[in-house]
Design a protein around this ligand. Sequence first.
Ligand code: ATP
Ligand code: MG
Length: 242
Amino acid sequence: MNKVKEKLLEMKGVVVRYGGITANDRASLYLDEGEIVVLMGPNGAGKSTALKALFGLAPIESGEVRWHEKTVRPNPLTMTKMGIAFVSQGRRVFTSLTVKENLEMGAINLNDKQEIAVKIEEVYKIFPILKTKAKQNAWQLSGGQQQMVAIGRALMSDPKVLLLDEPSLGLSPKMVKEMFEKIKEINARHQTAIMVVEHNIKSVLKIAHRVYVLDKGAVVYASHGHNFNEQILEKVFLGEME
Ligand SMILES: Nc1ncnc2c1ncn2[C@@H]1O[C@H](COP(=O)(O)OP(=O)(O)OP(=O)(O)O)[C@@H](O)[C@H]1O
Ligand SMILES: [Mg+2]
């Protein structure tokens, strides 16, 4: 029997404009509990804007964002409290803080030191390399390791939803593969729903449950479950979207 799933996080007909640029053009997409959903599309398609709109970091002109099927006015603080974590494009870490301190910064919802320590250990289980570098300043880490810190920091708040913007950007092929394995592991561990923007189409499709393609701010393709339209994805891959 098909159980009707509640949509966890959704945007409906969202329009975001920056001056004369329409960055999201009546974009509608959603994320179910426990899913890994991938946003693809050419540069400037509005993928980052969509994640930002969901997290309350983009000026939504019209349309709505819904959480558990209820309309919300997204802003980063309320979205964080509701259980959404956002890792922006370009691995933002506090470079002058240690790895451990960076992770602690993600525990804004926790006061108990013991609980924070437990959470940090959980992050180390996913990214063991970070444990060996716990006391190093983040600027001493490689790009991939910094990305792990950024994701690890997001995980500290035990999010229901993780919004990831190009986690593999600038990583070596080996690290890219590892990063996708980690994303899958994060999803499997706590059923964390993940919406990920990614250019590395071939690798990300291996872990994706569903796919959206954006172009010029609009959703131009939404896969039916795991049945991906290879032709459309090939076009995206080859940069042939019109
Ligand atoms: N803060 C901003 N101010 C002005 N224009 C913006 C801003 N953010 C995004 N844009 C514009 O909105 C459009 C969509 O940008 P967005 O960053 O969402 O694209 P993207 O799909 O994430 O691209 P990429 O793959 O290059 O990261 C682009 O034309 C971009 O120039
Ligand atoms: Mg982007």
